[in-house]
Design a protein. Structure first.
Length: 277
């Protein structure tokens, strides 16, 4: 399976809230394609304009059709597979830590490992946004539509909390930040810091750092396929390659060599968004 994927960063005013936008397109004339969903750090809103994905929930062993617009929280493990068929046309907004809360007032803790009909989000407007995105001609126009919608909703996000600052630092360090050092910067006790982090980011800080490092490993391999996994492990501060393999199995259900070829939808958009125009 080789999907057509486009990605772009947000307008400057939204960079503290939005990581990137991406669009997935393809036509599956016969075969049904499987896309595993591993642990993921960003919250997203995904809009479908053609054949909807079908969602296999591994814990409940049920398959459902996704909504026209779906709000998806952070994921701490692989609990869902997507089935792709027919004509695929999906546009996704990936948010930074605290972005959903800042724009829509929804605590991240309520979203973790869950997905919801985005039409029910506080403040409304998602149905109208989906219509405008569907009417836009091409990916670049859709980015402009999303930028305009989110800019109108943007509140003061220039004074982030201690937990959001810590999450940003974890991203900057590709998951290698020492949690004790982050706590020391906040002036909070460790338990108080952890409670705030879970409420505002959606999971404990150590697990979040592990997922961010997992994502960084996937991006590094995708950007430079010739890089050996042991080099990836050393570059990202894993104790050794076996520790990295253990993390991959916990977060994706597969070894690095298996899962890296299955995650175009979740790796390539950020790889592309980080490339210079």
């Amino acid at each position: 399976m080789k999907l057509v994927i486009q990605s772009h960063g947000p307008a400057p005013a939204l960079r503290r809230c939005v990581r990137y936008y991406y669009q997935v397109e393809d036509l599956f004339e016969s075969a049904l394609a499987l896309q595993p969903v591993p642990a993921r750090s960003p919250e997203i809103i995904e809009f479908m304009f053609a054949t909807h994905y079908r969602i296999e929930r591994l814990d409940a062993q049920v398959v459902e059709e996704c909504w026209p617009a779906t709000l998806v929280g952070t994921r701490t493990h692989r609990g869902v597979n997507l089935f792709l068929s027919g004509r695929i046309d999906a546009f996704t907004i990936a948010f930074r830590p605290g972005g959903i809360s800042a724009l829509f007032g929804i605590p991240s803790q309520e979203l973790t490992n869950c997905d919801f009909d985005a039409y029910t989000m506080p403040g409304g407007g998602i149905s109208e946004l989906r219509q405008r995105l569907g009417e836009a001609t091409g990916f670049a126009k859709r980015v402009q539509v999303a930028d305009a919608f989110l800019t109108d909703r943007r509140q003061d996000f220039d004074r982030p909390s201690a937990a959001i600052k810590a999450a940003r630092m974890i991203h900057l360090c590709r998951g290698a930040a020492r949690i004790d050092d982050l706590v020391d910067r906040t002036g909070l006790g460790i338990r108080q810091f952890e409670r705030r982090f879970v409420r505002e980011v959606g999971m404990p800080p150590k697990l979040y750092a592990r997922i961010v490092r997992f994502e960084a490993a996937l991006r590094m391999k995708a950007a430079r396929p010739e890089t050996r996994w042991i080099e990836v492990a050393h570059a990202l501060g894993y104790f050794d390659q076996m520790h990295m393999v253990h993390d991959f199995k916990r977060l994706s259900g597969e070894t690095p060599s298996v899962i890296v070829d299955q995650l175009d939808m979740f790796v390539q958009p950020e790889v592309a968004a980080r490339q210079p125009a």
